[in-house]
Design a protein. Structure first.
Length: 537
């Protein structure tokens, strides 16, 4: 059965936040670099249908795919590492599984049978896992099980894995990511939590093939032997996963530990090929030894939880490396930003990014940030709500429309420069009214946007309800804010720029979702280049 798809399951033990997503993405990178087409999928054990309705404080950023799925931020890591787009099928939640089973039940598809967790929920899970291999494009599907082994919520997923291990005996392996804590008082690394977590997996009928051990110290031979012996894995399957300076170093650390080699051997695949990581290493060189640096202010209302802006901060790493430059992010809370403190807060910044967001909290700080950038000729990048704030700021202070706003916040304002399109108003369900996923955008030549992409037709991902109100476009363009990107089908304004400024770009779409190691996003690259220029002045 050598032509069949291979499945790698990644489970987590002892504690959450061990970085399963990064380990999965790093392994996938190594397999891809050996020529195996690989994809990664995340199964999330919570009951929400998707993370779209979750507060970023709960779950960090909501990542958006080309096909408009609102997903877990780990999918962002998968795309950034692999440079292959993910889709709806790459992120499944318990909510979605149950929704699908219940809909089938309502349609009578179970023919009067009692619908149960086993087999119906587990069958649905297995079907979703196999869906990716049915596309026929992947040699290897890596499935990351969210949560920690032993949680009540993840039981059906572990059971589905157990069944698949039987059904596809030679085509499945399990990697268990675990923690080897260091007890300072004893001066020792401790293996007991790992032994217990493997035992817990065994109770559920799953024997892990490989243990990835998160640790702050080296695992010596004695310790590796001990772990192997007590957890029934071979010595070479005890993989040390030490803390890394950057997540982009993890594939190399995993290669050193031969994780990819062990995986291929256990799956019966050839491990003769040598991973081609030439461009990855080049990128890493720029990340680790940049020749210059710039300071960028990131203005948002969730800056206490940096995961809320994961794709943006990662895009800065990619675009920084492309410019041989380290990007220092200064996290600036929009709620605390006022006219009175902005000069101090923005001292020494080479660029200002106003972040996406929803609702009124922190909006006046964001508008002040735009004003500062515009009036002081500091490179400015506004994303989604950040672009909308740029439009509001321009209307208020350049056009003199003091009552300009977005109808998201001030429904009855005199100048609704950002508003909801008529056809959207009728859709009432939360989540239902959003413009989600990839849309076409026609770019004007002789704009910063065109210069960045070197193309007049681009595709970018969206996640918003409100739009630039085209009724006012003429006034804006007369006063110096130009729509340099428009949707060719609907005429919606997707990009605004101020040509009479060193670099001022606001995008209704989210460019950060498409930035990868192999393809740093052109607008981020151009923004950092402008910031470098500003710095050198
Ligand atoms: N709240 C704004 C809208 O819905 C912007 C959304 C965003 O920044 N992603 O249009």
């Amino acid at each position: 059965m050598s032509n069949s798809t291979k499945y790698i399951f990644v489970t987590g033990g002892v504690t959450s936040s061990l970085g399963k997503g990064i380990i999965a993405a790093s392994l996938a990178k190594l397999l891809q670099a050996r020529g195996y087409s690989t994809t990664i999928q995340k199964l999330d054990p919570y009951i929400n249908i998707d993370p779209g309705t979750l507060n970023p404080y709960e779950h960090g950023e909501c990542f958006v795919t080309d096909d408009g799925a609102e997903t877990d931020l780990d999918l962002g890591h998968y795309e950034r590492f692999l440079n292959v787009p993910t889709s709806q099928a790459n992120n499944i939640t318990t909510g979605r599984i149950y929704q699908s089973v219940i809909e089938k039940e309502r349609r009578g598809e179970f023919l009067g049978k009692t619908v149960q967790v086993i087999p119906h929920i587990t069958d649905e899970i297995k079907e979703r896992i196999q869906l990716l291999s049915k596309k026929g494009t992947f040699d290897i599907v890596i499935t990351e099980i969210g949560g920690t082994v032993g949680d009540i919520e993840s039981l059906p997923y572990v059971e589905a894995v157990r069944q698949m291990l039987w059904e596809f005996e030679n085509d499945c392996i399990v990697i268990h990511l675990t923690l080897i804590p260091y007890l300072a008082a004893a001066g020792e690394l401790k293996t007991k939590p790992t032994q217990h977590s493997v035992k817990q997996l065994l109770e559920l009928g799953v024997q892990p093939d490989i243990l990835c051990c998160r640790t702050e110290h080296d695992l010596d031979l004695t310790l590796r032997k001990k772990i192997a012996k007590f957890c029934n894995v071979s010595m070479n399957a005890v993989i040390e996963a030490k803390d890394a300076g950057t997540i982009y170093e993890v594939p190399l650390l995993m290669q050193k530990e031969e994780l990819d080699k062990v995986v291929l051997e256990k799956l019966g695949l050839s491990s003769k090929s040598v991973p081609n990581l030439e461009s990855w290493n080049k990128f890493l060189g720029f990340v680790q030894n940049p020749s210059k640096e710039v300071n960028i202010g990131l203005v948002g209302k969730y800056v206490e939880l940096k995961d809320s802006y994961k794709s943006i901060s990662e895009a800065f790493i990619h675009s920084g490396a492309e410019n041989d430059c380290k990007v220092n992010i200064k996290w600036i809370h929009s709620e605390k930003l006022t006219k009175a403190n902005i000069n101090d807060e923005f001292e020494g910044l080479d660029g200002i990014l106003v972040a996406p967001g929803f609702g009124s909290r922190g909006i006046s700080g964001k508008i002040e940030a735009v004003r500062f950038a515009r009036e002081n000729n500091v490179p400015f990048f506004g994303i989604c709500l950040g672009m909308q704030c740029a439009v509001i700021e321009f209307a208020r202070h350049e056009l003199g429309w003091t009552d300009a706003h977005t109808t998201e916040i001030a429904e009855d304002c005199k100048y609704p420069v950002i508003s909801m399109m008529e056809e959207q108003k009728n859709i009432a369900n939360m989540g239902g009214t959003m413009r989600l996923g990839s849309y076409k955008c026609q770019v004007k030549p002789e704009s910063n946007t065109f210069a960045a992409y070197n193309s007049d037709l681009i595709f970018e991902r969206h996640r918003h309800r409100y739009e630039f109100n085209s009724d006012f476009l003429q006034d804006f363009e007369k006063a110096g804010m130009i729509a340099t990107g428009k949707n060719p089908e609907t005429g919606l304004v997707e990009v605004v720029e101020i040509p009479n400024h060193p670099w001022f770009v606001g995008t209704q779409f989210h460019p950060e979702y498409k930035s990868t190691v192999a393809n740093p996003h052109p607008l981020f690259v151009a923004f950092i280049a402008a910031a470098i220029k500003h710095n050198q002045k």
